[in-house]
Design a protein around this ligand. Structure first.
Ligand code: G
Ligand code: MN
Length: 258
C-alpha cells in the first residue's frame, strides 16, 4: 500500500496489574534511520493527511498476529495514536475493516488512542466518526487523561472503552492530594465501565500503590521502553524483562502526537 515512509513503529509494553503480565503494546512512531543513520522526512502533508496514522495502523496490524500466537499471549492488543486530523480521513473505518480482515484480527485487538491535548472543534461530528470506527472493530482509549482540555466533558461525550492517565498526573502518586485525585479518577473511570491505564510509570516500586487504588494497567519506562517489532517476541518469551530504547539514545519522536 503506502510507499516506504521512513517511519518505524516502536512498541511499548502495557502491563496488567492483576497478573503482572504484558497485555498489550502502544505503537509509537519513530523516524527510521536511513543508511547514514539519519532520519528522513516524509512528504509534505503526510502527517496531517492521515498518512502517519495509516502507516502506524498498518505496521501494528501486521506485527501483532505473530505475537498473539505466543503461548499465553492470545489476547494481546495494540494501541495506535490517532489525531483529530486523522479522524477526518473518510476512509479510516474502511481501512480498519480491511486491515482486520487481512490480518484476521478480532474486534478490539486494535485500539485507537485519541488525545485530549487538543480541543475538539466539532464534538458531534467527532463522536459520529468515532462510532464509525468502533463499528469497524477498534477499541477507543482516551489518551493523556487529566492533562489537557475538559477531561470530564470528553468522558461524558466520547464512546470510550478505556482511559490513560497522563504521566504528569501519574507522577503525583504519593502526595496526599495526588493519591486522592488518582483514586477518584480510577473510580470515575470504573464507574463508566472503562479500563484505566496509568502512563509514564518509571518506578516499578509504585506498582503496589497503583494496584491498591484500582489501576488496571500500567505503561512506562519502569515496565519497558518502546522497542522494535522484532524485539517484541523475545521480550514476551523472556516474560517481559526490560529492553528497548536505551534512555540516552532515544531518537527524537516523530509521531508521539500531538
Ligand atoms: O501521549 P502518548 O501516550 O502517546 O505518549 C507516549 C510517549 O511517552 C512516548 O514518547 C514514550 O516514549 C513516552 N514515555 C513512555 N513511558 C514513559 C515514562 O515512563 N516516562 C516518560 N517520561 N516518558 C515515557
Ligand atoms: Mn498515546
Amino acid at each position: 500500500m503506502m510507499a516506504t515512509t521512513a517511519i518505524q513503529a516502536r512498541f511499548q509494553p502495557i502491563v496488567g496489574l492483576q497478573t503482572g503480565r504484558v497485555v498489550g503494546f502502544e505503537a509509537l512512531a519513530r523516524p527510521a534511520p536511513d543508511r547514514r543513520g539519519q532520519g528522513t522526512t516524509p512528504p509534505d502533508g503526510w502527517l496531517t493527511d492521515g498518512g502517519l496514522a495509516a502507516e502506524m495502523l498498518e505496521q501494528a496490524a501486521a506485527a501483532i498476529p505473530r505475537w498473539r500466537q505466543l503461548p499465553g499471549h492470545g489476547d494481546l492488543f495494540v494501541h495506535v495514536n490517532v489525531t483529530s486530523d486523522d479522524l477526518e480521513q473518510p476512509d479510516l473505518p474502511d481501512r480498519i475493516t480491511e486491515l482486520r480482515a487481512r490480518h484476521r484480527l478480532p474486534r478490539g485487538v486494535i485500539q485507537i488512542e485519541i488525545t485530549e491535548q487538543l480541543p475538539i472543534a466539532n464534538m458531534a461530528e467527532t463522536v459520529k466518526r468515532l462510532l464509525a470506527l468502533k463499528g469497524a472493530g477498534v477499541g477507543l482509549v482516551l489518551d493523556d487523561f487529566g492533562s489537557g482540555y475538559s477531561s470530564l466533558a470528553w468522558l461524558h461525550d466520547l464512546p470510550a472503552d478505556g482511559l490513560k492517565i497522563d504521566g504528569d498526573l501519574t507522577a503525583k502518586l504519593g502526595s496526599e492530594r495526588g493519591n486522592v485525585i488518582l483514586a477518584a479518577t480510577v473510580q470515575l473511570g470504573h464507574a463508566l465501565g472503562l479500563c484505566v491505564t496509568a502512563e509514564g510509570v518509571e518506578d516499578v516500586g509504585k506498582t503496589a500503590q497503583l494496584r491498591a487504588i484500582g489501576v488496571d494497567q500500567v505503561q512506562g519506562f519502569g515496565f519497558g521502553r518502546p522497542m522494535r517489532a522484532e524485539d517484541v517476541a523475545p521480550f514476551l518469551e523472556r516474560g517481559g524483562a526490560e529492553t528497548g530504547e536505551p534512555p540516552a539514545s532515544q531518537p527524537p519522536s516523530a509521531g508521539d502526537r500531538p
